[in-house]
Write a protein that binds this ligand. Sequence first.
Ligand code: NAP
Length: 295
Amino acid sequence: MTRETIGFLGTGLMGSRMAGRLLDAGHPLVVWNRSREKTEPLVSRGARRADSPREVGEAAEVTISMLLDEDALRAILEGEDGLLAALGPGRTHVDMSTIGAEASRAAAERIEKTGAGFLDCPVLGSIGPAEKGELILFVGGRDEVVDRCDGILSILGAKRVRAGAAGQANGLKIVANMMLARMVEALGEALSLGMGQGIPADTIHEMLQAGALASPMWDRKDKILAGEPPLHFPIAHMCKDLRLVSESANRSSLRLPAHDAVQGLFEEADRAGHGSMDYSWLARWILEQNGALDD
Ligand code: NAP
């Protein structure tokens, strides 16, 4: 069966793996990344490199972006060589970046004005799930566009959560990241409190996994204690997402005091020079500050 060509913009930590899945599934791929060298591994596996976002859009009816933030999405859309110049009726763009609901709705408006379809489709899960096609996808947009893209999205994630209109999926995604940040911070405090009383870390872990508290998050304990959390999702990017939570809460006059405290800790860790570490490093940082690792 001949598979359709897909355009992919943004081949960073996540995008490179997701684009690799599409290649493995047999889709011809046209790729673009701001730093050209990050497309090399995909080109060596058969992808074609485009010289601009516009060229990607001209080569494929369906394009996907996986970019850092709102500014990055705006940068690839705009200008003579931007993606918008290539979009129109019959084309569909799926943005999978985490950019917040407002920015996503604004992008949807600009893209749909060209006659093209748009989905916002941020993801839950990191590099491992991205490589295996096991991401959880939050999908926002019109039903006909969702149907058009479902086969392609199924290669990236078996579980797809229909979130509503364009932008809603980004709204859901920041709820998820607020929780992940909260949990990793709680793990740092739980281990500090338990180990501070002389309880072995393994016993604390066993207790956490025993009942209603159970979560795969607690299995990060060994890597955190060994000081080797993998680089999957950097603290600096978590700070970006926690700022999106605050902005959204402020717009709706919500009071989220525990979020404010956890965001403050992530920002402090970033300022202290840990921004490039995986976000689970925050738990280690809390343990260090509490002297729980001193022996
Ligand atoms: P990353 O490795 O830093 O990649 C970011 C991508 O955005 C790169 O391709 C980068 O290009 C591009 N970019 C940044 N600023 C740009 C600009 N002004 N113009 C054009 N391109 C720009 O980040 P990632 O981990 O792949 O994350 C991508 C998105 O997925 C983020 O929104 C993140 O929050 C979200 N996410 C990440 C994870 C995770 O575990 N890592 C999990 C779920 C969701 P360059 O290569 O040129 O810098």
